[in-house]
Design a protein around this ligand. Structure first.
Ligand code: TYD
Length: 212
């Protein structure tokens, strides 16, 4: 049996990643593939518990180092218990956020640096990387409107950070994609959900054709 493919969706807040991940998973299932759709932080009971700690921190919140460790710990559990076993049995894995979120949020916007984030990932998850990372890119002004409609005044500990922090996050994803064009594809997230879905399908068909 061939190994499953691993596709991650990345981007800043309110880019429509979760919807696009779900639509791609549904499309691939209709094509007869077995697909596991999952998310980070989360995806296993332990990692979902860590998610709560990260998005609604007790007390005064986490230090930058502690936050990065918690994301890496959640990912380690998720990779060992769900993602690797699925890939090994030939299941495709579609993940809403993965390592590159830690690189963008903790590494670049938080200032921890890429080497530290990658080192945690090597230790925690033996450096597992997606076969393809799709960065959904939407102009910042459009995103502000979507977020206001979605979250109102109820954003979580990370979503509620400054505009400068989120601007740095969004720029980081595009920089990662430019630096490693074989690993990443940037998909224009403007227009309707269906339009973006069609762009995602074209990208996946083109980039992963013949790899399975
Ligand atoms: P998510 O639920 O995907 O938020 P959204 O729907 O707003 O995109 O992710 C939760 C938050 O956690 C989000 O603000 C991004 C952040 N995050 C990190 O800072 N580092 C990480 O490694 C991951 C996976 C998420």
């Amino acid at each position: 049996m061939s190994r499953g493919r691993f596709i991650a969706f990345e981007g800043g807040e309110g880019m429509g990643k979760s919807t696009q991940a779900r639509l791609l998973a549904e499309h691939l299932r209709e094509r007869g593939l077995t697909v596991e759709q999952t998310r980070e932080p989360g995806g296993t009971p332990g990692a979902e518990a860590i998610r709560e700690l990260l998005l609604a921190p007790p007390g005064e919140g986490w230090t930058l180092e502690a936050e990065a460790l918690l994301f890496a710990a959640a990912r380690a559990d998720h990779v060992a218990r769900k993602i690797r076993p699925a890939l090994d049995r030939g299941t495709w894995v579609i993940c809403d956020r993965f390592l590159d979120s830690s690189r963008a949020y903790q590494g670049v916007a938080g200032g921890l640096g890429d080497d530290a984030v990658r080192a945690l990932h090597e230790f925690g998850s033996a450096g597992l990387l997606p076969d393809l990372t799709i960065v959904i890119d939407v102009p910042t002004a459009d995103v502000a409107d979507r977020l206001a409609a979605r979250d109102g005044a109820t954003s979580d500990a990370i979503g509620g950070r400054t505009a400068d922090y989120h601007t740095a996050v969004n720029a980081a994803f595009l920089d990662f994609a430019r630096a490693e064009p074989d690993q990443f594809a940037v998909v224009d997230g403007s227009g309707s959900v269906e339009e973006v879905h069609q762009r995602v399908l074209e990208t996946v068909g083109y980039r992963l054709a013949g790899t399975g």
